[in-house]
Design a protein around this ligand. Structure first.
Ligand code: NOJ
Length: 551
């Protein structure tokens, strides 16, 4: 087995430089600060960092409104500082992927400024215009309730421009050959500086037809072209798509032959996972797992719990969504865009350690590569007084010192959370590092074990049925090894029975504790699971490198 598809068994950590550490005391996170914390991330077991946009930007959408694709926002440092950071990350064996926000630019981008000034501008056609306001101008908004339209009149251009997202994010005309060429140039630039790939923003919109008479055809071939270019420039680089699409469409994004995107965030599983956590009804989750089972061999799903956006529940049925709202975001101020919950993980789960462990254990053992949101490893909370998604994007809490050790400036880019339950005096890295029972230390141990379980990343899997309701049992097989993971979504103890033939061996070795199981005379394992309990077993023995016969 040639084992060089690094992304398959990676641990991805998603973060915003702006909110991580401020080294120069101006209250805003920077590359110098992040560089100092690379040891922390390496120690946690992170193998790949996803950096959210750090480019020059008016920053009206957390940097997803880019005004220069080839730079570092001065508040985060310089390109030189970026390269220093990259070098450090490389020394520690941490790969870096960066956000590629190619569907739209900022309205402050020089391209748009030029485009609006004159129909003769070479950049005019880089954007999408209409003389009259199109009749469907109030359809297809991504941020309903906040965004009123997808076509806004520009007084300078004396025309309407199309924007799928906020009005300060004009869509790029991604069918224009020059725009495509430029996108490749941007990729080439960052690849040359050492990144291992891109998290591609808003992919379904990027490849859609845009404009007044736009059809519904998606240009998947564009993804193939980008992949070709990517691997021509750097053979081991990857594309990770943000594409919240139906499971049966995902193959078009991966490419039937695996010749488009290597990775996709698994939105179908994410939504049903939260439904299962809210209700202990695992059936929709099992269905989503089956629906996303088929993928080309080199392609990989990325699983996540929370991200920097709202928890999007838009693809659940109405009654399902209402149940998740009731459990995790009961009041209107916790909900967003009529479809999601804007809270962080710990407050959603009531700061209940057992439930948090269950959720993270699932994150680490569902089929794919896990991705963590910065701060979730210590159970950070949210600040619902901040607008929209900003509530879950507060500065990282490093210590009980002023501003949580994030900055020694007078003011910080956002207030550090200071409430009695989730505030930095109580929830911070420094305290948790020194407490052997802390969530952080728990997480580090799980990540360590997860990295030693390539069965999950590489293997084939199936669900083992059990009459015990609310218990999910999965068996992975890879390279003549077998892993069995169990999760109890209910608040009562369960004791599923497993047949020797279903799990592969008489001996199941507990990978996280010392509750090994030997099959009884009838060839059955009885696994005791406490409320919200979880177990990871390897069949036959603890060491994956020793070959043992499995059935
Ligand atoms: C998806 C990003 O995750 C989100 O934060 C952003 O607002 C939109 N794309 C627009 O770029």
């Amino acid at each position: 087995m040639i084992d060089d598809l690094w992304y398959k068994n990676a641990i991805i950590y998603c973060m915003d430089v702006e909110k991580y550490v401020d080294a120069n005391g101006d209250g805003v996170g920077d590359f110098e600060g992040l560089t100092r914390k690379l040891d922390y991330l390496a120690g946690l077991g992170v193998t790949c960092l996803w950096l959210q946009p750090f480019y020059p930007s008016p920053n009206k959408d957390n940097g997803y409104d880019v005004s220069d694709y080839y730079g570092v926002h001065p508040k985060h440092g310089t390109l030189g500082g970026f390269v220093e950071f990259m070098n450090h990350a490389e020394q520690l064996g941490i790969r870096v992927i960066v956000d590629l926000v190619a569907n739209h630019s900022s309205d402050q981008h020089p391209w748009f400024k030029s485009a609006r000034r004159s129909p003769d501008s070479p950049y005019r056609d880089w954007y999408v215009w209409a003389k009259k306001r199109p009749p469907d101008h109030d359809e297809g908004m991504v941020f309903p309730g906040v965004q009123k339209t997808t076509w806004t009149r520009d007084p300078v251009a004396r025309a309407y421009y199309f924007h799928r997202f906020y009005k300060f994010q004009p869509d790029l005309n991604t069918r224009h050959p020059k725009v495509r060429e430029e996108l490749l140039r941007i990729m080439g630039f960052w690849l040359q500086l050492g990144v291992s790939g891109f998290r591609m923003d808003a992919v379904p919109f990027l490849i859609s037809e845009k404009g007044v008479d736009a059809g519904r055809e998606l240009d998947y071939e564009m993804l193939h072209q980008m992949r070709d270019f990517l691997q021509w420039r750097r053979r081991d680089a990857i594309l990770l798509a943000e594409a919240n699409v139906l499971p049966n469409e995902s193959l078009k994004y991966f490419g039937e032959l695996g010749d488009r995107l290597q990775m996709m965030l698994n939105f179908p599983v994410n939504q049903r996972l939260f439904y299962a956590l809210a209700t202990a009804d695992i059936r929709p989750l099992v269905k989503a797992l089956h629906d996303t089972y088929k993928r080309p061999p080199a392609a990989q799903w990325v699983n996540f719990l929370r991200s920097h956006d709202e928890l999007d529940l838009g693809r659940l049925t109405d009654p399902q969504r209402q149940k998740v709202f009731a459990a995790f975001g009961p009041t209107k101020d916790m909900q967003l865009y009529d479809r999601g919950i804007r809270r962080r993980l710990a407050p959603m789960l009531g700061n209940d350690r057992a439930k948090m462990e269950l959720a993270f254990s699932l994150l680490f053992t569902l089929p794919g590569t896990p991705m963590l949101q910065y701060g979730d490893e210590i159970g950070m909370g949210d600040d619902l007084s901040l607008p929209e998604r900003e509530c879950a994007r507060t500065p990282m809490q490093w210590s009980p010192e002023r501003h949580g050790g994030f900055s020694n400036g007078r003011r910080t880019v956002r207030p550090v959370i200071a409430d009695p339950v989730y505030g930095y005096r109580r929830v911070n890295v420094e305290l948790q590092r020194r407490d052997p029972q802390s969530l952080l230390n728990w997480m580090e141990r799980k990540i360590r074990m997860r990295r030693e379980c390539p069965e999950i990343s590489w293997g084939d899997w199936r669900i083992i049925d059990t009459p015990e309701s609310g218990v999910l049992i999965m068996r992975y097989e890879w390279d003549a090894h077998s892993l069995v993971v169990l999760h109890n979504f209910t608040d009562v103890a369960r004791a599923p029975r497993l047949q020797r033939k279903d799990v592969g061996h008489d001996l199941l070795v507990d990978l996280l504790a010392t509750h090994d199981s030997r099959a009884d005379q009838r060839g059955q394992h009885v696994i005791e699971l406490p409320p919200f309990g979880y177990r990871w077993f390897r069949a036959g023995g603890i060491d994956r490198n020793v070959n043992r016969e499995v059935i």
